[in-house]
Design a protein around this ligand. Structure first.
Ligand SMILES: Cc1cc2nc3c(=O)[nH]c(=O)nc-3n(C[C@H](O)[C@H](O)[C@H](O)COP(=O)(O)O)c2cc1C
Length: 213
């Protein structure tokens, strides 16, 4: 598979970076092609400009798109699978990644309607959308408080939405006590990367097993 990883973490000293390294290694072992949008490293612009809002807010699809947005569209068009990898910050992805959705999911590309009310969506339907996030709180806390469900609703149901055939969210929780969870999380990611086809084929939508550490 051609796998695009949208990655957002500012530090290579982070556990999330270890997850990235493990995932890339495992995917390469499984003979997958990997492309990475490392949003901090690229200094990806996450704020929408006033000019961009003119296009987005008023659905003026005839206005041009920014070069960096077009570059991300090209990566999306090459991908069979997109992995969104990030640390949970205030119960969501970092602002850098939120800005990726704000700008890259442009009107006429990821959503929108023409003058006759017909849906306009140039973005191809991606086979698999995978959200992998690390979290300080343990998975059972996130589950009991409803935060896991709300993160899942926002990421899978809204942001990935109908643009992906199959979707899953994997929460690697409990990182405040990293020594207790690091090995099992990295092992899980290694197995996932090596067995990506199997994972894709057997994926059941809303498989709650992946909440569990
Ligand atoms: C600004 C900030 C906000 C955070 N918010 C949350 C949160 O809302 N829920 C949670 O479980 N963990 C939260 N954490 C903890 C991170 O999710 C945790 O540090 C990360 O998953 C793993 O660490 P890493 O930065 O080494 O990759 C937060 C951490 C930071 C720095």
């Amino acid at each position: 598979m051609n796998i695009l990883i949208i990655y957002a973490h500012p530090s290579n000293k982070s556990f999330t970076y270890k997850v990235l390294q493990t995932l890339v290694k495992a995917l390469q072992m499984g003979n997958h092609q990997v492309e990475i949008s490392d949003l901090y490293k690229m200094e990806f612009q996450s704020d929408m400009t006033e000019e961009e809002y003119e296009r987005e807010g008023f659905a003026k699809m005839e206005l041009p798109l920014s070069e960096d947005v077009i570059a991300e569209h090209r990566k999306i068009e090459r991908a069979d699978c997109i992995v969104f990898l990030y640390p949970v910050w205030w119960s969501d992805c970092p602002a850098k990644m939120k800005g990726w959705f704000d700008r890259v999911y442009s009107v006429g590309y990821a959503y929108g309607y023409d003058h006759d009310g017909e849906k306009v969506m140039k973005m191809k339907r991606i086979k698999l959308g995978l959200v992998i996030c690390t979290a300080g709180h343990p998975n059972n806390f996130l589950k009991e408080t409803g935060i896991a469900e709300s993160m899942r609703n926002v990421m899978l149901d809204d942001r990935l939405g109908v643009r992906f055939e199959k979707k899953e969210m994997i929460i690697l929780g409990g990182t405040l006590e990293l020594e207790k969870v690091a090995n099992s999380h990295l092992e899980k990611i290694m197995n996932l990367g090596i067995n990506m086809y199997k994972f894709y084929n057997t994926l059941i939508v809303d498989n709650k097993d992946f909440y569990d550490v």
